[in-house]
Write a protein that binds this ligand. Structure first.
Ligand code: NDP
Length: 313
């Protein structure tokens, strides 16, 4: 027997939990599936100092635990489980959890987030939270007056390098090609910043340091006759080689851009399907902040409530 729910929330980052708080307070009896990484990307960061309301900062896992508690307090039904397939061909929409349980949902809030891409080096795991980060806005503050490296040549890498240059004493930008892919204006910002040194045609082989990152081993012009090993001293290593929005499971039905970010109508979390909303990083290539994710989670729950009352469900 399929379970029928009025509001299904998929994903448990700030977007999902905020949607759950608002939806439960609006009597939608939301069911939220946490997914593979309960709490989302923030559980992999240490201190969060830019989420309003925490003047002394809070750790990522604590913040997510607080949001979860707040959602539970109002009756949100939070469960562990992964969406294994979807059939969004007609309403109520069918979502299968862990290949077994089928949920029939009148509304769905997709808040499955995005996953930062990593190079795939064992050292990225070894130094996770000890000098390796994929979010300059989250962790840059810990590198004031220190030296950091950013990997990538796109807009994100240039933006993160410029942001970090406002805090750190020196920023290396490690670029695998001999040019930046970023927009001209972002490139100019990088080239005109005396604190940023761009290392073109460099790739990272590994990281070094006792317990924390203290350096990186690079190779310049790998495979060429003039290939060269390069060591740099750094205190932080930031990945900015792109994010992968976790939207694949909805793709046959939900419109995305070419990267996979879910397309929403301007100024709202509405997707191309009525009653289905997208909140947080899965629909946001630009801001990617906990607070903006929470904001769109709130919007989605309000939209879901309005949709259901208009439909009389
Ligand atoms: P992009 O895909 O644009 O760029 C990724 C960068 O990472 C590329 O330079 C790529 O190198 C490099 N890269 C990928 N894999 C590796 C690897 N294994 N080793 C080394 N380097 C690697 O991602 P972004 O996150 O920068 O941008 C995503 C989208 O968001 C873009 O459309 C961008 O314009 C937009 N954006 C806009 C901003 C703004 O307007 N303010 C700010 C941030 C993002 P290569 O070039 O060699 O492929």
């Amino acid at each position: 027997m399929n379970e029928k729910v009025r509001c299904l929330i998929i994903g448990s980052g700030p977007a999902g939990y905020t949607a759950a708080i608002y939806a439960s307070r609006a009597n939608l009896s939301p069911v939220l599936y946490e997914g593979m990484e309960p709490g989302g990307q923030l559980t992999t960061t240490t201190e969060v100092e830019n989420f309003p309301g925490y003047p002394d900062g809070i750790t990522g896992p604590e913040l997510m635990e607080d949001l979860k508690k707040q959602a539970t307090r109002f009756g949100a039904d939070i469960r562990f489980g992964m969406v294994s397939s979807t059939d969004l061909s007609s309403s109520p929409y069918k979502v299968t959890i862990d290949g077994e349980k089928v949920i029939e949902a009148e509304t769905i809030i997709i808040s499955t987030g995005a996953t930062a891409k990593y190079l795939g080096l064992p050292d990225e795991k070894k130094y996770a939270g000890s000098g390796v980060s994929a979010c300059a806005t989250c962790d840059g503050f810990f590198y004031r007056k220190l030296t950091v490296a950013v990997v990538g040549g796109g807009d994100t890498a240039c933006e993160e390098a410029s942001y970090l240059a406002g805090l750190a004493s020196k920023v290396y930008l490690i670029v695998r090609k001999d040019y930046l892919r970023a927009s001209k204006i972002m490139q100019e910002r990088v080239f005109s910043n005396p604190k940023i040194e761009v290392l073109f045609e460099h790739e990272t082989l590994g990281l070094t340091g006792e317990g924390v990152v203290q350096g990186a081993n690079l190779v310049k012009r790998r495979g060429q006759t003039d290939e060269e090993q390069v060591q740099i001293k750094i205190d932080g290593f930031f990945l900015a080689i792109g994010h992968k929005p976790n939207s694949a499971i909805f793709k046959p039905w939900i419109e995305t851009d070419e990267v996979g970010y879910i397309k929403t109508q301007a100024g709202s979390p509405r997707t191309n399907l009525p009653g289905i909303f997208a909140a947080g990083d899965v629909a946001d290539p630009h801001y990617r902040q906990a607070i903006t994710a929470a904001g769109t989670g709130c919007q989605s729950a309000i939209e879901a409530e309005r949709y259901l009352s208009e439909k009389g469900v």
